[in-house]
Design a protein around this ligand. Sequence first.
Ligand code: NAP
Length: 258
Amino acid sequence: MDNKTALITGASSGIGKALAIEFAKDNWNLVIVARREQALETLAADLERDYRCKVQVIACDLTRSNAARALYDETRSRNIVVDCLVNNAGRGTFGEWLGQDPGFNEDTIALNVVALTTLSHLYARDMVQRELGYILNIASIAAFVPGPNHAVYHATKAFVLSFSEALATELKGTGVSVTASCPGPTKSEFFERSGSTKVKALQHTPIMDAETVALEAYQAMLKGEPVKVHGLLNKLIVQSPRLLPKGWIAPMVKRLTA
Ligand SMILES: NC(=O)c1ccc[n+]([C@@H]2O[C@H](COP(=O)([O-])OP(=O)(O)OC[C@H]3O[C@@H](n4cnc5c(N)ncnc54)[C@H](OP(=O)(O)O)[C@@H]3O)[C@@H](O)[C@H]2O)c1
């Protein structure tokens, strides 16, 4: 992918960092985005040393209002043509919804939903004009079921999946593909940060490596697959709403994720 550039949000750790490595292996130039600038600078230096790629760093907080527009404007002012947008930055919510800080939930929606939607809009317009582009949105298996104890998180990921599938259909024939990647539990900073390391289901389910998820997501994106669920067990789990009575699903998720 010489001379092609991918912008990856949330590249300072976890799946986003693993994705940046996967793209760099294939010689994509990169724009890596997150709040922790030093982590991004270190990753950029490592990638430029190990692979044939140029990496630019943009540190920003995507929960801020207008952050997506400011990020888009920054790439324009640096004359960067973004051929692939990876909306990976995201965070979880954990605990009974009524007890949560509404501001924290608003920021989660701003990050997981608003920034992703606006970035997709701004970059997809340019991609459609060039008749070439990829959008890879990191959703989750949480997208398939309501999530008591993680209500806002599951709802944001349901948005990401629904939005991505709709966009993939609207953009068919334009040269721009849209892929929603749906990982299950994956090794990263995610559970620590959302305070959900003790969730029951995590003690009993296999946890995938960020590297495996990143490779599969990257390959699905190149093939233009609209939805990629990672891992056999996760493929079964996402079928549960089809197989079980609707009224069973939310209470079952509640028990598993307490
Ligand atoms: N781990 C899992 O089990 C799992 C399962 C399904 C889906 N996912 C999804 O995978 C994606 C990546 O998560 P991860 O598991 O790799 O977790 P992670 O290690 O916590 O990575 C999250 C990334 O998002 C960035 N980020 C967080 N808040 C941000 C903000 N306000 N502005 C800009 N960037 C921000 C973080 O960087 P900074 O802190 O430096 O800003 C970090 O690079 C998320 O969308 C998550 O929902 C994860």
